[in-house]
Design a protein around this ligand. Structure first.
Ligand SMILES: Cc1cc2nc3c(=O)[nH]c(=O)nc-3n(C[C@H](O)[C@H](O)[C@H](O)COP(=O)(O)OP(=O)(O)OC[C@H]3O[C@@H](n4cnc5c(N)ncnc54)[C@H](O)[C@@H]3O)c2cc1C
Ligand SMILES: NC(=O)c1ccc[n+]([C@@H]2O[C@H](COP(=O)([O-])OP(=O)(O)OC[C@H]3O[C@@H](n4cnc5c(N)ncnc54)[C@H](O)[C@@H]3O)[C@@H](O)[C@H]2O)c1
Length: 458
């Protein structure tokens, strides 16, 4: 059968590409070798976000007595796991129903290229298309000395695929998003977390030092602190648990270990060479700004293309790829315009240029500590920070720390680099009480320092 578009992988990137293309009338097939919804919908952002909400409810419960609410609550990891699994199933069912409604043909098989216009399903049946989107995601990286061991040494893939291990003591390894988010989530769910990390939490991210300091202070208040500089050298499995031996001889004993040690692009079995699609030295599929690979009719999106892996990025890549499939050369990818978010003891959101004070840049900030809504929610820790070009007034970047940061950051998503953006934000009307009022204050702080706008006719 000849398709207009074949999509490989049904995570956020692949699903978005298939839905957008079919909505515009293309004849689309999508191929998935594992669970529909990809890593993201089954073992990534979806169950993580579900657990993070549970963690926040448990944290809020600690303050119930102060609000006149009495009784006790406690976290149950097995219950949280079951809840996330049901949610993933229901989202998956909705995704499959939408595919059917749009006439997208779904195939449960491993796709591999036979030639630049043909793929084989499980090495047998052939499908061909004018264009392709490769959205095959990523797989966990398990560095030495670790090896995956059921119920003992896990990545988030195993944690969300199988009922969670017994035992309260958990060693978390890494300093990236996974470790920083799960150190908080698992602590709130009643686990005793020891966190070992080469580097300070999120030190390789683009969040500002001020934001990371707030996050680390907040984590410390919950008794969560990374043992920075710890280098795992060996792993032992005595009957009482898993012992991680660190350089220098120190060791950490726990019931199980969660690795947050990174992910790698997933291209195995795809036979990219048969299609003439090039990868870089780290195995990522190389794309241009239109999301085209070395074969212009084959696009690639999401984790398989980019070390800054996020569902937000995969969704944005897919939108760009489909725009160019429909109208070649019509849309360029601008990765700075994609929001980045972290869900830990504090929520962090950022977009655009780094929120640093540099020459010629204006920074405006507002704290939630004076915000009525934040105060009434007992969640006044955090701030909004905006960066603008001192001459043009264009909004260059934004960072939000605190509850709903991952929502508020969208107020800036469509306004980056627009000269009028800060005046619009500063002069707009806001509901009261609302967290977004801090956005208004931060914008006003910059607008007050901008040169007055030229009057027509001057
Ligand atoms: C624990 C965790 C929490 C996260 N939280 C967030 C978050 O809060 N926000 C955020 O933005 N991002 C988050 N991420 C990242 C996000 O989940 C990924 O970036 C996103 O899922 C990538 O989407 P994708 O479409 O590129 O690939 P994936 O979601 O990995 O999907 C790829 C799919 O392709 C399939 N596939 C691979 N090869 C083939 C083949 N040859 N044939 C057929 N099918 C194939 C795979 O089976 C898989 O289902 C998180 C990740 C993890 C691990
Ligand atoms: N909120 C989000 O958007 C979100 C959430 C979770 C994950 N993700 C993405 O998923 C991917 C995987 O996340 P991650 O946190 O696992 O990866 P990461 O690449 O962000 O961090 C990997 C960590 O593993 C450490 N590490 C590597 N080798 C090690 C070793 N031998 N011993 C000890 N530590 C070692 C590194 O120092 C680093 O701290 C990332 O791209 C991340 O951005 C995104």
């Amino acid at each position: 059968m000849q398709y207009d578009l074949i999509v490989i992988g049904s995570g956020p990137g692949g699903n978005r590409a298939a839905v957008l293309a079919a909505s515009h009338g293309l004849k689309v097939a999508i191929i998935e070798k594992a669970e529909w919804g990809g890593c993201g919908g089954n073992r990534g952002y979806l169950p993580k976000h579900d657990w993070h909400h549970t963690a926040k409810l448990l944290l809020a419960a600690k303050g119930f007595a102060r609000r006149g609410i009495h009784g006790s609550v406690s976290g149950d990891l097995a219950g949280a796991w079951e809840h996330a699994r049901k949610l993933a199933r229901s989202v998956r069912d909705t995704q499959i129903a939408q595919m059917k409604r749009l006439g997208i043909n779904g195939f449960a098989a491993t796709a591999s290229f036979v030639d630049p216009h043909t793929i084989a399903l499980d090495g047998r049946d052939r499908l061909s298309a004018r264009q392709f989107v490769v959205a095959t995601g990523s797989a966990p990286y398990v560095p030495k000395p670790f090896f995956i061991t059921a119920q003992r040494v896990l990545t988030t893939d195993e944690l969300f695929s199988q009922p969670p291990p017994a035992g309260k003591r958990v060693t978390i390894v890494g300093s990236g998003a996974v470790a920083t988010e799960f150190a908080f989530i698992l602590t709130m769910l009643g686990r005793e977390v020891t966190w070992v990390a080469h580097n300070p939490p999120l030190s390789h991210s683009r969040f500002s030092a001020a934001a990371l300091q707030r996050l680390n202070e907040r984590l410390r208040r919950h008794g969560i602190e990374a043992r920075v500089g710890a280098r795992p050298e060996a792993v032992e499995m005595p009957p009482e648990g898993v012992r991680v031996i660190l350089a220098g001889g120190d060791s950490v004993l726990a019931d199980w270990v969660l690795l947050g040690t990174g992910r790698r692009p997933h291209t195995s079995g795809l036979a990219l060479e048969a299609a003439g699609v090039n990868t870089d030295s780290k195995g990522f599929i190389k794309t241009n700004e239109y999301m085209q690979t070395s074969q212009p009719h084959i696009y690639a999106v999401g984790d398989v293309t980019n070390p800054r892996m996020s569902a937000s990025q995969a969704l944005a890549d897919a939108a760009v790829a489909v725009a160019n499939i429909l109208a070649p050369g019509s849309r360029r990818q601008d990765r700075r315009a994609v929001p980045e978010v972290i869900h830990s003891a504090l929520e962090l959101g950022r977009i655009g240029a780094a929120a640093a004070e540099e020459e010629g840049l204006l920074v405006g900030s507002a704290d939630f500590s004076h915000n009525v809504r934040a105060l009434s929610q007992d969640e006044a820790d955090g701030c909004v920070r905006l960066v603008a070009d001192g001459k043009t007034g264009a909004l260059l970047g934004a960072e939000v720390v605190g509850s709903d940061a991952a929502e508020l950051i969208h107020l800036f998503a469509q306004r980056l680099n627009q000269p009028e953006a800060l005046r619009v934000l500063a002069n707009g009307f806001y509901g009261h009480p609302a967290r977004a009022e801090a956005v208004c204050q931060a914008a006003q702080g910059i607008v007050a320092r901008l040169p007055a706008p030229e009057k027509p006719g001057e």
